[in-house]
Design a protein around this ligand. Structure first.
Ligand SMILES: Cc1cc2nc3c(=O)[nH]c(=O)nc-3n(C[C@H](O)[C@H](O)[C@H](O)COP(=O)(O)OP(=O)(O)OC[C@H]3O[C@@H](n4cnc5c(N)ncnc54)[C@H](O)[C@@H]3O)c2cc1C
Length: 548
């Protein structure tokens, strides 16, 4: 077993990649596209063995360890290599590059598996007294350095694994709410809700391994968010263990009682404390799910039509509009792979254009009525329907992308995603400037890139843009190469007045850019709140709040 990162779910993550070896076959068309574009040499590079991973010396004092063991039990404080490695990084491109090379940026001195709110309160109190930094660890799927084992001013660092803090507490079918322990994995929650004919409807691409607490802590967004809303809209109440004690935001459908505590906690990424329990708004399980595809001549026409659809209140529950480059990558099997991802086989059939996947979920007559409204407006804007086959293909491969990413890393490909959001009127110029900045930064290093863009979440006033970057990795210089692209993209996003993150969060990687977004007074207000709740500075140092 590779570290109990998924206790209670029956699923474990590979320490150097995603999930477990999987039936996703590498899409040959994608290989041909990338070989043609970047001149890949066909070599398959394997990660180093677990024993070759270099880990820092353990600096946790024996007394601190003993006190932690007294709280959670000796078997629940672990410092073996497999457990430290499995908690040493998240799942960003660079996290995986470093892990595969056996050179992670660090590792926790110990991993503590706490099972209750009370245990976590006690762990935080001991860590504050013993000056040990605490990194809350949900599913560990962060791609912005959120679970990086940074110790800040403390002399040691633990990962606080929340997989044992798992379970469904109560369902209130009349109020459509469920109370859930924060370490519960998203699939376990959905399986439980299905028994009650309910759904949360929250399906991030990382669904298979993300925890519900991690989703709330990062303001995560699922594939059907245009219909079901963001996780922050689903959180009604929240319970937090902080180094100063319990903080709770009452579970109310609405309130005018001053600044909303709930809003400060949701999205706080573990820098104030550990979310231990949540009351979530759920919905009736849909009787019908209908997904299909349409094709537009170009990105601009598709965006304009989508805007009309949204502003005419005809928004589908799922919207995924790919630009020309992204459509080419998807056609080659880039969203999924092999048998589970026949997208490339069913789409477009030689036609040019951009692909939009749309979907509706709900009662049968409501789905038909809503679909008619959407499709009428899409047709008016020039959409060509390509049918449900495209929707089924998308649904079959909707969680396959990170498995394909591992295979791309095997083949020496840089593959990463950035996401942002802006108003409808700013989408065209933002896409051009960000894609141009990434292409220029990588081009200057002699590695031309494919930069695709996808709108995957829509709002009345704007939409999110996710950029997918593919290039030949500069082996041995992956970090400098990626930093060049990431810096160029972030600078273009900030210059355009767009947000540095629509759904992946701030973590370590975006902290400086987020400070620019908050402004000096906004940043110092957040820092002051942290200093109040976490006076010693043990909670997730180096994340969210920029140093200095
Ligand atoms: C392949 C891939 C696809 C992804 N797709 C999406 C997507 O579609 N939408 C999306 O929103 N995100 C996506 N993500 C990002 C990530 O999966 C999400 O942000 C998710 O919400 C993180 O959940 P987690 O349980 O893995 O959190 P973790 O990675 O464990 O933690 C994330 C951050 O929150 C903190 N944290 C975790 N649990 C708690 C808690 N209970 N209390 C306080 N702090 C806590 C951690 O310390 C860390 O800073 C993707 C990631 C990957 C690797």
């Amino acid at each position: 077993m590779v570290g109990p990162t998924a206790v209670g779910t029956g699923q474990h993550m590979r320490w150097w990649g995603w999930g477990q070896p999987h039936e996703v076959a590498f899409p040959r068309k994608l290989e041909a596209l990338l070989t043609g574009s970047f001149g890949l040499d066909g070599t398959i590079r394997q990660p180093v063995g677990l024993g070759e991973v270099s880990l820092p010396q353990i600096t946790l004092e024996p007394r601190a360890r003993q006190r932690l063991e007294e709280i959670v039990g000796p078997g629940s404080v672990r410092s073996d290599t497999a457990t430290r490695v499995a908690h040493g990084a998240g799942k960003s491109y660079l996290d995986l590059v470093r892990m595969r090379a056996g050179t992670p940026q660090g590792a926790p001195d110990a991993v503590v598996f706490a099972a209750t709110h009370e245990e976590i309160l006690a762990v935080l109190a001991v860590c504050a007294q013993e000056r040990v930094a605490v990194v809350p660890f949900g599913g560990g799927t962060s791609i912005v350095g959120g679970v990086a084992p940074l110790r800040g001013e403390q002399h040691a660092v633990i990962a606080l694994d929340l997989a044992r803090l798992s379970g469904l507490l109560t369902v209130d079918p009349a109020s459509l709410t469920v109370s859930v322990a924060a370490g519960t994995r998203a699939p376990a929650l959905e399986a439980f809700l299905a028994e009650h004919n309910l759904t949360l409807g929250h399906y991030p691409d990382s669904f298979e391994f993300a925890s519900i607490g991690g989703c709330a802590a990062t303001r995560s967004v699922g594939q059907a968010s245009s219909g079901y809303g963001r996780i922050d809209q689903a959180v009604q109440g929240v319970r937090v263990a902080t180094p100063r004690g319990e903080l709770a935001a009452a579970a109310l459908p609405a309130s005018a009682a001053g600044p909303a505590l709930r809003e400060l906690i949701v999205g706080s990424e573990g820098v104030f404390g550990v979310i231990t329990g949540l009351l979530l708004r759920v919905r009736a399980r849909p009787a019908q799910q209908r997904y299909e595809g349409v094709v537009f001549e170009d990105f601009h026409a598709a965006v304009e039509t989508l805007r009309h659809v949204v502003q005419d209140r005809a928004t589908p529950d799922i919207v995924r509009l790919s630009d020309e480059v992204q459509t080419t990558v998807l056609m080659a099997g880039g969203e999924g792979g092999g048998r589970r991802a026949p997208l490339g086989r069913v789409l477009l059939r030689g036609r040019r254009g951009v692909l939009v996947i749309i979907g509706w979920e709900g009662q049968r007559d409501a789905v038909e009525r809503r679909r008619l409204h959407t499709m009428t407006l899409l047709a008016r804007g020039g959409a060509n329907p390509i049918g449900e086959g495209a929707g089924r293909a998308w649904a079959a491969s909707r969680f396959a992308a990170p498995y394909v990413r591992d295979q791309l890393l095997d083949r020496g490909v840089l593959v990463d995603q950035f996401e942002t959001a802006t108003s409808w009127s700013g989408i065209g110029s933002l896409r051009t400037s960000v894609a141009g900045a990434i292409a220029a930064a990588l081009g200057a290093r002699g590695t031309p890139a494919l930069v695709g863009c996808q709108i995957s979440h829509v709002y009345l006033t704007g939409a999110s843009l996710t950029f997918t970057v593919l290039a030949r990795a500069q082996l041995g210089e992956e970090e400098a190469q990626w930093q060049a692209a990431k810096h160029a993209a972030s600078a273009a996003i900030v210059a355009a007045g767009a947000t540095i993150s629509h759904h992946h969060g701030i973590g370590r990687d975006h902290a400086d850019w987020a400070a620019a977004e908050l402004g000096p007074l906004g940043s110092s207000a957040v820092a002051a709140l942290k200093a109040h709740l976490d006076p010693v500075g043990i909670m997730n140092p180096g994340k969210v709040i920029a140093a200095g």
